[in-house]
Design a binder for this molecule. Structure first.
Ligand code: PGA
Length: 248
C-alpha cells in the first residue's frame, strides 16, 4: 500500500528560538506509535537539522532538508552532500522545488541527479513537479509535469523511482492562497501515476500549494492524493497539526 505523508517545507524561515517551540509542540503531539496520521515530517534549513534531530528524536515526526548536492563530495563550495544529511538522521530531502528551478535554474536533469544522490545515501527524495499559470492556461500542464517526470524515469528507472515521493506543486498555487481544486489535483495525480508504469502503485504522490487546515481534508480525500507538502501552514503548530490529521 502507498504510504501517506504530510511534510512541512519551512523554506527560509525559522530561528533557533522559534523552532524550539514548534518542534517541541510537534514532538509532544505526534508521539511514536500514535495512530491516525500518515508519516509526518518537516524539511528545515540546513543549519537547523541538528536542532530538529535533537528535539524530534523518539517522536513520530521525521525531519529532512530542502535541497542536496548531486555530487558525493569535492570542490563544490556551498553544497551539502546526501551523506552529510544522513549524519543528522535526515529522512527526507526535497529536490526540484519550483523555487529552486526558477531562482537557481535547476534543470530536470540536475533534479534527477540530486534524487539519485539522495537514494544512494538512503534518503527519501521528494521530487517536485509543477506548471506555471501561463503553462496551465496554455493547456500544457500534462506536457510540463510529464516532461519533468520523464527525466526522472529515464535517469532513475522505475525500481528506484518506486522509493521516491513525488509532489505535484502547481507554481501558481504556491504561497498564493489559491490552491488547485481537488478535481484539478486528482486529474494531474492520475496522469502522473499513469506515467509511473509499474511503480505507480508504490509511489506516494503529494499535493503542495496553499494547503491548510480548511482544504486539506477534501484534497487528501482524492484517490490519487497520498498527502501534502506544506509551506506556509507548516510554520506553526496550530496550522500544521490539523493538516497532518486530515486523513482521518
Ligand atoms: P505553500 O507552499 O503551502 O506555502 O503554498 C508549498 C511549497 O512550496 O512547498
Amino acid at each position: 500500500m502507498r504510504a501517506k505523508h504530510v511534510v512541512g517545507n519551512w523554506k527560509m524561515h525559522g530561528s533557533l528560538e522559534r523552532n524550539a517551540v514548534l518542534l517541541a509542540a510537534l514532538a509532544g503531539h505526534f508521539t511514536a506509535g500514535a495512530a491516525g496520521t500518515g508519516n509526518v515530517g518537516v524539511c528545515v534549513p540546513f543549519p537547523f537539522l541538528a536542532q530538529a534531530g535533537s528535539l524530534l528524536k523518539g517522536s513520530a515526526v521525521a525531519w529532512g532538508a530542502q535541497d542536496v548536492s548531486a555530487h558525493a563530495q569535492g570542490a563544490f563550495t556551498g553544497e551539502v552532500s546526501a551523506a552529510m544529511l544522513t549524519e543528522f538522521g535526515t529522512s527526507y530531502v526535497i529536490v526540484g522545488h519550483s523555487e529552486r528551478r526558477a531562482h537557481h535554474a535547476e534543470s530536470s536533469a540536475l533534479v534527477a541527479a540530486k534524487a539519485a544522490a539522495a537514494l544512494t545515501a538512503g534518503l527519501t527524495p521528494i521530487i517536485c513537479v509543477g506548471e506555471t499559470l501561463e503553462e496551465r492556461k496554455a493547456e500544457m500542464t500534462e506536457t510540463v509535469v510529464g516532461g519533468q517526470l520523464a527525466v526522472c524515469v529515464e535517469t532513475l528507472g522505475l525500481d528506484s523511482l518506486a522509493r521516491c515521493v513525488i509532489a505535484y506543486e502547481p507554481v501558481w498555487a504556491i504561497g498564493t492562497g489559491l490552491n488547485a481544486s481537488p478535481a484539478q489535483v486528482q486529474a494531474v495525480h492520475a496522469f502522473l501515476r499513469s506515467r509511473l508504469g509499474r511503480a505507480g502503485g508504490e509511489v506516494s504522490l503529494l499535493y503542495g500549494g496553499s494547503v491548510k487546515a480548511s482544504n486539506a481534508r477534501e484534497l487528501f480525500a482524492m484517490p490519487d492524493v497520498d498527502g501534502g507538502l506544506i509551506g506556509g501552514a507548516s510554520l506553526s503548530f496550530e496550522d500544521f497539526a490539523p493538516v497532518c490529521r486530515a486523513f482521518a
